[in-house]
Design a protein around this ligand. Sequence first.
Ligand SMILES: C[S@@+](CC[C@H](N)C(=O)[O-])C[C@H]1O[C@@H](n2cnc3c(N)ncnc32)[C@H](O)[C@@H]1O
Length: 270
Amino acid sequence: VSGPVSPLDDRRRSVDQYEDVWRGVLEIVVRVLETGERDLSRVVRLVEAEWRGLSVEPVAGMSFGEIVTLPSAALFGGRRDLLMRLLADACTPRTELVVELGSGCGMNLLNLHLWGGPQVAYWGLEPTASGRECTRRLVELAPDLDLHTRAFDYEAPRYDLPTADNDHVLVFTAHSIEQVTEVPAEVITGLFGLGRSLTGLHFEPIGWQMPGRTSSPAPREYAVRQRYNRNLWPLLSELATAGEIAIDTVVPDLFGDKAKNPSTLVVWHR
Ligand SMILES: C[S@@+](CC[C@H](N)C(=O)[O-])C[C@H]1O[C@@H](n2cnc3c(N)ncnc32)[C@H](O)[C@@H]1O
């Protein structure tokens, strides 16, 4: 019997699907570790290359709203380097905690560490057990890395991390809010207690949510078809209007390794 799809069905489907995705990545991690490789940087690069099938094959991505065709390895690497630069720039000497919401297998946090990110506590909040296990297996290779994971759900966000009284906290999301059609306001407002000051950075496909955007219709059509998030930009705008946050940077459709699903950058602070 088919009927209307409830938000709960959507959430289960997304989490179940990613449980399988990260289980597949975990298998690659285990295989690479079985070769005796123990250097975090080499392991992460070897896993990434196999998982993503990186090659010279031409792929259509997006940059500043325009279609760009690049070798798949260059598109993927460019996107990763861009995100790392943005995250490293969002940290300050006062940063004491970095949190990723929907952290998947932990690659972004591990890469930030490898890219010269601050030596502070990192937390990956992620619903899938396989994603958290993947992160744990990789973190074991870096005894100097203070990275932990915890179960998390955007539908019922909890931010009671065992780290309080932080001077500055960076919280970021990369294509994880996309998975939830409507996130509750507490996803953002619940973060406010994490530190005395806070930077939020989103790398999410929400350019089409911004009024007046006249770029290609493909990202909107794709987001609607996938039942991807549709309320992050309205939510951030409302909080900014209410004086709860200040929005510093907005770059719609900045970059995407899939032309139909480009990441828009939004940076805010409180
Ligand atoms: C496209 S992946 C991105 C993972 C990671 N941010 C990255 O850039 O590699 C989407 C992530 O969102 C997570 N996700 C799906 N539904 C979620 C929910 N209801 N709450 C929190 N995270 C969710 C998935 O488990 C998955 O790890």
